[in-house]
Write a protein that binds this ligand. Structure first.
Ligand SMILES: Cc1cc2nc3c(=O)[nH]c(=O)nc-3n(C[C@H](O)[C@H](O)[C@H](O)COP(=O)(O)OP(=O)(O)OC[C@H]3O[C@@H](n4cnc5c(N)ncnc54)[C@H](O)[C@@H]3O)c2cc1C
Length: 264
């Protein structure tokens, strides 16, 4: 039988997780519930976050936004992070009202499509484990997970302008094969992820390319141009070359324009 635990603080939540290796955090449940339905062995306990003060808090200060662990991706304050296309590509309206930003970044079930957005806007996560709280760059969280920790909140730098470019089989309700996010503004930059659920990697060597870019297409062009052009950081070039191969291999009917754009 699965116990339902309702800690009233982050330290208590972290202690519950440390004490029981089969206890699992529950946020919006959109990733966890399907996994539980399919699981042969249920978790010993679900650690709910709903009674922890601040879990639903959204705070804007010093050019950054801090969103608590229960803030859904539909949160209006996140609008400028979605770029001009908005959040419609992410799931459905009902899922967006429950799925949390934090849960998306930390979920081992994937597909973690908000990774590039959080990495490109300098995201840091407040992670609590048995030793107490610590700040972890979102890029690290995506690569290594939260371990037995619980993520209390994520802080993102506010972009002046942002663009999210995705390549997937369909424009909506489809997993992203390539996610590219470019953000202009202090502490912002660009990041890409290649493959469903992959970590998001910052794109190095952009110089002031993003600052000069005006408009969504120009932001994306600045990143693609830098990452594939002369003098680009070698890891970005390798990443994009791998992406192009993967897109060709895995998509049923690759949109030729998109592929050319990436490898040009
Ligand atoms: C129909 C549908 C469509 C979807 N579409 C998309 C999509 O387009 N793009 C996309 O990226 N995802 C999509 N998802 C996946 C899912 O909705 C997201 O990953 C969501 O953001 C997860 O957040 P949640 O709050 O629901 O997490 P939950 O389901 O509650 O948890 C997911 C996992 O993360 C862990 N976790 C959650 N919060 C914390 C925390 N604060 N600290 C530590 N661990 C935590 C849980 O223990 C669990 O292992 C979709 C899911 C469904 C059902």
């Amino acid at each position: 039988v699965t116990a339902h635990l309702h800690p009233t603080g982050w330290a208590e939540a972290a202690d519950l997780l440390a004490a029981d290796p089969r206890a699992v955090v529950l946020a919006g449940g959109t990733g966890l519930q399907p996994a539980l339905t399919a699981a042969a062995v249920p978790p010993s306990a679900l650690v709910h976050l709903d009674r922890i003060p601040g879990a639903r808090t959204v705070r804007e200060a010093d050019g950054a936004l801090t969103v608590g662990a229960l803030v859904p991706v539909a949160e209006p304050a996140l609008r400028r992070w979605w770029g001009d296309d908005g959040p419609a590509w992410f799931a459905t309206p009902a899922v967006r009202r429950r799925a949390t930003l934090v849960g998306d970044l930390v979920s081992a079930f994937g597909p973690r499509e908000l990774g590039p957005m959080a990495v490109a806007t300098g995201g840091t996560a407040e992670v609590w484990d048995a030793r107490g709280p610590r700040l972890v760059p979102v890029a690290e969280l995506l690569a290594d997970g939260a371990g037995r920790g619980v993520v209390a909140a994520v802080t993102l730098r506010a972009p002046d302008r942002a663009a999210h470019h995705r390549i997937s089989v369909r424009a909506r309700l489809s997993r992203v094969e390539l996610g590219l996010y470019a953000a202009r503004g202090p502490g912002c930059g660009a990041a890409v992820s290649v493959g469903v659920g992959a970590p998001a990697l910052p794109v190095a060597g952009l110089g002031d390319g993003l600052e000069r870019a005006d408009g969504t297409a120009a932001l994306v062009d600045a990143v693609v141009g830098t990452a594939s052009g002369a003098g680009a950081a070698p890891d970005a070039v390798a990443l994009l070359a791998g992406l192009a191969r993967r897109v060709h291999r895995e998509l049923h009917s690759p949109p030729a324009g998109d592929v050319r754009e990436v490898v040009a």
